[in-house]
Write a protein that binds this ligand. Structure first.
Ligand code: GRF
Length: 201
């Protein structure tokens, strides 16, 4: 039986697209049962809908407090009984209610080699720092900003003439491959987290 994935997105959704395509193969071992967002009208939701994947949107401004929003997001995800939640370009931090429900079985993808350059501007920060190599990280989500245990990483070179866009595009090529491969391995082989160490299989 294939694992149930809920994917959370905030933007273009190219990582989501890569997951959708990977999950179309029965041997991948997972199917996307829903795609959730923190904002309406984004390309990622169109991608899900064009593949007839159920979608939901939970917008922070519709809730009195951040905790209420987090409760609503958690409930929206729980309805789909996910085995694993994938944050694929989801630009909000999840809070305590979400982590109580899904801690240890929620992964995020970050466009830098953590623990360097966490946060929203990982690509820009690596470039401004003068890094010669950057990349992407798949991590288990915890209550910090990109601080969770690292599941997998891939490196890409930084070119002298890169700007944020060109570097991010190069990273995203590696990121899509890393995310789909890592999620597939996790659902097929299982994983365990021992302190900061994550082992697949
Ligand atoms: C990815 O690089 C992700 O790591 C970052 O935002 C980008 C999302 O890209 N947080 P997309 O929406 O999957 O195309």
């Amino acid at each position: 039986m294939s694992a149930r994935l809920v994917v959370l997105v905030s933007g273009e959704g190219t990582n989501l697209q890569a997951l959708i395509e990977a999950a179309q193969q029965a041997e991948y071992g997972a199917r996307i049962v829903a795609v959730g967002s923190d904002r309406p009208g984004i390309k990622a939701l169109d991608r899900a809908e064009s593949h007839e994947i159920p979608t939901f949107t939970v917008v922070t401004r519709d809730y009195a407090t951040r905790m209420d929003w987090d409760d609503a997001l958690t409930a929206a995800c729980q309805r789909y009984e996910p085995d694993l939640i994938v944050l694929a370009g989801f630009m909000k931090l999840v809070g305590a209610p979400f982590l109580r429900a899904f801690g240890g079985r929620c992964v995020n993808t970050h466009p830098a080699l953590l623990p360097s350059f966490p946060g929203t501007h990982g690509v820009r920060d690596a470039l401004e720092h003068g890094a010669k190599v950057s990349g992407c990280t798949v991590l288990i989500v915890d209550d910090g900003v990109d601080t969770g245990p690292i599941v997998a990483q891939a490196a890409v070179p930084v070119h002298d003439d890169d700007d944020e866009k060109t570097l991010h595009e190069r990273i995203k090529v590696a990121e899509r491959a890393l995310l789909t491969e890592t999620v597939g391995r996790m659902v097929r082989e299982g994983w365990c987290v021992d302190g900061r160490k994550v082992r697949i299989g």
